[in-house]
Design a protein around this ligand. Structure first.
Ligand SMILES: [Cu+2]
Length: 279
């Protein structure tokens, strides 16, 4: 099943992706079994209780205690699923990689209709950002007077990651709910205004210069279709080079995106209020 489904899936570059693909296959098996079993039961009932065989309806109902046992069985299985599987997986998902794993930590601010990506720069500390500093050339609202922000790197729709190095992304949104979707990383998470939602994953293969899509998986307005970015996974050396080439040289203000935007969104269009929102 997993191999069959894999033909229709995007490639997988993440450490956890194969587990999701396997779960996907298990759910397909389960649905197939349920479909066949319920279909067979339906045919059996049609035959067994047809009017021809049963001239007179019975109003007595079932006499055995089977349904009580079946319901208790379902409750026990659900407790096992919740305590044995869901809670441990939830805990794994919400536990961020520790400092010993040297994760890349970055912020991602979604807006209609673009992805603003904020790297903390050499010092590893994010500069202060505030809504009052937001302009068309400073979409993240970085404080130009904050020394910690001088070396910060801001890109528009361009996400670069390092192979085998965990990444923690703090997701938020300026306007409506967007959904950050990296199909080849098997990552999808809503970006919600006013919330900092941290997700983490580890790329395990470089994309070898190929650029893959960052999609918005939540219908977020008229420009939703063009809310896409590009991301690539690079080797340690390539990634360090990319960071160095994008770091502001004589930083007086945080560098706006030096890389051409992947989507046709212009800064004017990308501003909140650039188009009517359809929710
Ligand atoms: Cu969106």
């Amino acid at each position: 099943m997993e191999k069959f489904l894999a033909q229709y899936m995007p490639p997988d570059y993440s450490a956890h992706g194969h587990e999701l693909d396997r779960l996907n296959a298990i759910v397909h098996w389960l649905m197939l079994i349920l479909f066949v079993a319920w279909g067979a039961y339906f045919l059996f009932v049609l035959f067994r209780f047809s009017a021809k065989r049963n001239g007179k309806a019975s109003y007595g109902g079932m006499k055995s205690h089977f349904s009580t046992y079946a319901e208790a069985g379902v409750a026990i299985i659900e407790v096992i699923l919740l305590v044995g599987f869901s809670i441990p997986l939830w805990s794994r998902w919400t536990t961020k990689p520790g400092a010993e794993q040297n994760p890349i930590e970055l912020k991602l601010v979604a807006e209609q209709f673009a992805w603003n990506i904020h790297y903390p720069g050499k010092d590893g500390v994010f500069g202060r950002a505030d809504a009052s500093f937001v302009t068309s050339t400073n979409p993240l609202g970085l404080d130009p007077n904050d020394p910690k922000g001088k070396d910060d790197i801001a890109t528009l729709n361009h996400l670069h990651l390092e192979v085998n190095r965990p990444v923690i992304i703090h997701l938020t949104s300026k306007d409506v709910i967007h959904s950050f979707f990296l199909p080849v990383m098997r990552v999808k998470q809503d970006a919600i205004p006013g919330q900092d939602v941290a997700i983490h994953f580890t790329p395990i293969r470089t994309t070898n210069g190929d650029k893959w899509e960052i999609a918005c998986a939540q219908l977020c307005g008229l420009g939703h279709y063009r809310m896409r970015g590009q991301f690539e996974v690079q080797t340690k050396e390539e990634f360090a080079k990319w960071l160095a080439s994008n770091a502001p040289e004589n930083p007086s203000t945080p560098a706006p995106n030096p890389v051409p935007a992947a989507s046709p969104a212009t800064p004017a269009e990308a501003q909140p209020g650039g188009g009517p929102a359809h929710t």
